[in-house]
Design a protein around this ligand. Structure first.
Ligand code: ADP
Length: 255
């Protein structure tokens, strides 16, 4: 009996790899409009949780509900169409494409394809392409990437590449954005910029869940934090509540 505002509900999820319990009976609920932090020592199951939520892994047991649908066995592509987007710890930009094209591909992929789309007469397609291009340029502008539109992503500084990845994930206006260590490798100024970007993403109506090692960032950005250790949720609450939990202090000192 979840409140109506729950966008994501994870019920008793376990994920086993042979003998290893990467996730062990994990339950959590994320409401619409939240910025949720997922923290925990290395190997505690954070990325595995993202992979289960986004359909890259099938849970061993338990259930996932996203946007009022049972998505326990849904595949990444279906979840993307349903409004879930994610970034990865390691950048996954298309190196052969320009920055604008990276966003264009994501825009194009985010709409439902039918054969009919390609059967419309030529001027219709041209209009469609022009519209996509305008949308891509608007997204680049929003993320401060206009100057890099024609560049190859790999030629750009790492911090810019991370921003392109977020812009691309946001291209389909997702309801939920999963960010896997978005601050990794960023300098102090870039982290501040990331804070502003994530807040503006949430303010525009997208719920955000982020895995992060930078505790300062998590503490300042997230209203609520879920702490994993050895595949279990050991604490959940406001940043202040969580850091005062003995289990959390122990888990971090033991890392
Ligand atoms: P975290 O993101 O918190 O560092 P992970 O979710 O990456 O932790 O990993 C949790 C545990 O699950 C680790 O022991 C890891 O080795 C294991 N694991 C993750 N993915 C796989 C996989 N595909 N096959 C086998 N073991 C895995």
């Amino acid at each position: 009996i979840a409140p109506q505002s729950a966008l994501l509900r994870i019920d008793n999820i376990s994920k086993h790899f042979r003998g290893l319990r990467a996730l062990d009976d994990v339950s959590l609920t994320v409401d619409s409009g939240e910025i949720r932090g997922i923290v925990g020592p290395n190997g505690s199951g954070k990325t595995t949780l993202f992979n289960v939520i986004s359909g890259f892994y099938r849970a061993t047991s338990g259930a996932v509900h996203f946007a009022d649908s049972d998505t326990t066995t849904a595949r990444p592509y279906a979840l993307s169409l349903a409004g879930m987007a994610r970034t990865f710890q390691n950048l996954r930009l298309f190196g052969q494409l320009t920055v604008r094209e990276n966003v264009l591909v994501a825009l194009d992929r985010s709409r439902t394809r039918t054969i009919w789309r390609y059967a419309v007469w030529q001027p219709g397609i041209m209009r469609q392409e022009r519209r996509l291009r305008a949308q891509a340029d608007a997204i680049l502008e929003r993320y401060g990437l206009t100057d890099f539109a024609g560049a190859a992503p790999t030629s750009l500084p790492y911090g810019i590449q991370r921003r392109i990845e977020i812009a691309r994930a946001m291209a389909g206006s997702p309801r939920l954005l999963l960010l896997d260590e978005p601050a990794a490798g960023l300098n102090g100024e870039e982290v501040q910029q990331l804070v502003r970007i994530v807040r503006s993403i949430r303010d525009s109506g997208t719920t955000v869940i982020l895995i992060e090692h930078n505790m300062g960032l998590v503490m300042s950005l997230c209203e609520k934090i879920t702490v994993l250790s050895s595949g279990k949720v050991i604490a959940e609450g406001t940043p202040q509540e969580v850091v005062a939990t003995p289990e959390v202090i122990e888990a971090y000192l033991g890392d």
